[in-house]
Write a protein that binds this ligand. Sequence first.
Ligand SMILES: [Zn+2]
Length: 341
Amino acid sequence: MTPSSWVVVGLDNGGTTNSATVLDDTGRFLVDTLVESPSRVREGPDVAVRALVGAFDNVLELTGMASGSVRAVGLGTPGPASADGVISSKGSTNFSQAAWHGFDFRGALERRLGVPVIYNNDGNAAALYAHHAHFGPDAALRSSVSAIVGTGLGGGVIESGRVIRGAAGMAGELGHVHIPMAGLLEDGQPVPECRCGFVGDAESVASLTGIERNLLPYWLTRFPDHDLAAMGSMAEAAKLVRDRADSRDPLALEIFRQQAIALGHLFTIASNVIDAHAYFVGGGVVEAGPDFRDWFLAQIRDHTSLREEQTALATFALIPHLDMAGARGAALAASDSLDAR
Ligand SMILES: [Zn+2]
């Protein structure tokens, strides 16, 4: 095999770990496992930037590539941050320390590494990876919308193989799109509220936080004898709902049915905005058993109202290898930035 003449490195910066990968000039990932190290973000920006440099050195050593062969680096972090990787002036869950507020994370890493660093929030990076993994050589000719159900609802929008970032870096914030509650809520069910202050947006239903704050409290009133009612902590109980769905627990299935309807309503809105070739779903649900997974995806598809012409073209799929999607998507964005020059 001829050695690559150049590579890009993808770095995914999470709350506890960094994940790293290397992509070569032929579009091949040189690591096929998860390469993780502590992110140390809670120790502040200086320590965290050094930890990322360590992750960079480590993954290059692992693949036998010299740092001189690196043309660009992709960096992904949880949002909110600007399109250019400046952490929100209000901080965020992962970047709560005052030193992080308004910190130019991308710029700081670029100065330390001496190569261009391309920033994407982790949702957009994962969406870009899902898009490339699904479409392969046709990626540049296709569009997709990815919804990733985690603590919140993240994701991204891809057009012609590229992330739509938006003017302020806030495009693809799918979780905070308002969705119709008609056909979703039961009679008398309170309208769900999101952490962002909106009422009835997609994340207020389709997220772990949505289960904890909105769906589980309601459904426990309908299943008062359910063992999750006896747990005392709604946060702990919410984390168990997915496993229960795997074993066909009726309360858990009601909760996931409502999440699927929410995602269907979200994709319906997206279909009228960007008319995508594919709608991807990721998150914990993808790791559930195949029966539940397939049921969940089918429910989403059934609740997405596409026009006949769109139905003939559109694909619905689960996002694979999500644990590596952040780093791989960040690397793909870095590689695309070289093409754009
Ligand atoms: Zn919201």
